[in-house]
Design a protein around this ligand. Structure first.
Ligand code: ADP
Ligand code: MG
Length: 244
């Protein structure tokens, strides 16, 4: 489903070169749940952002379900339709109700009728457990509810892949569980998922594979069992000592 070959992304920040993603190659199969962990600044977000062309790669190749991310606008738009993304800070449209948040891209990008879009939106709000908030504005929802709306909004597009960038990092602790529960359910249903998270319990229970990034390099690609019991790379061991 996801093929990444020798991906590189360099930032020039005030004259100093940062290798945010340093020659990363990886294949992710349909239905796999991959959790990315690593220290702050290790390139996790940049890697995810390259996967849906929010960040332009410097070199390498990425294909999602066979569609290559090239420099053509057609490909980039085709690809973004298939890849849903959920961010740390929800990024809902504040001036729209929950329902409008879920319908706008369905109509504009998927060209669905208003009626079809509404039916789909309500179905997904029910799935994430907040059907009753359909006419609320985001500011009237808790963080956990807003994040569940953001997940439902992404799912409305029928994505082939879902990317999550620290979806629970901005939440109060009591709201983390409700968002992880939705993600766990999606994983069980067979969604292909790539999640950056610091929730190690979720990673252990839900991930098929753990990727460990440090300084832009993919240093480990292994099962949760192996990663949490005996990480090979010394930097992964050090990281685990800090977070566990
Ligand atoms: P992570 O998500 O693992 O914390 P990031 O992907 O955000 O890491 O960042 C990786 C590296 O790239 C960091 O050194 C960061 O400072 C740098 N970086 C990220 N985005 C930019 C940018 N737009 N301009 C300059 N440097 C950036
Ligand atoms: Mg990040």
């Amino acid at each position: 489903m996801i093929n990444v070959k020798e991906l590189n992304k360099v930032f020039d920040s005030k004259g100093s070169i940062v290798r945010a993603v340093d020659n990363v190659s990886i294949d992710i199969a349909k239905g796999e749940v991959v959790v990315i962990v690593g220290p702050s600044g290790s390139g996790k977000s940049t890697f995810l952002r390259c996967l849906n062309a929010l960040e332009e790669m410097d070199s390498g190749a990425i294909a999602i379900d066979g569609v290559k991310i090239g420099h053509s606008k057609t490909n980039i738009n085709a690809l973004r339709r298939e890849v849903g993304m959920v961010f740390q800070h929800f990024n809902l449209f504040p001036h729209m109700t929950v329902l409008e948040n879920l319908c706008v891209a369905q109509r504009v990008v998927r060209k669905r009728s208003s009626n079809d879009a509404i039916v789909k939106a309500k179905e997904l709000l029910t799935k994430v457990g907040i059907a009753e908030k359909v006419n609320e504005y985001p500011s009237r929802l808790s963080g956990g509810q807003q994040q569940r709306v953001a997940i439902a909004r992404a799912l409305c597009m029928d994505p082939k892949v879902m990317l999550f960038d620290e979806p629970t990092s901005a939440l109060d602790p009591e709201m983390v569980g409700e968002v992880l529960d939705v993600m766990r359910k999606l994983a069980q249903e067979g969604m292909t998922m790539v999640c950056v998270t610091h929730e190690m319990k979720f990673a252990k229970e839900v991930a098929d594979r753990i990727l460990f990034f440090d300084h832009g390099k993919l240093l480990e690609d292994t099962t949760p069992e192996k990663f949490f019991s005996a990480p090979k790379d010394p930097r992964a061991r050090e990281f685990l000592q800090q977070v566990l």
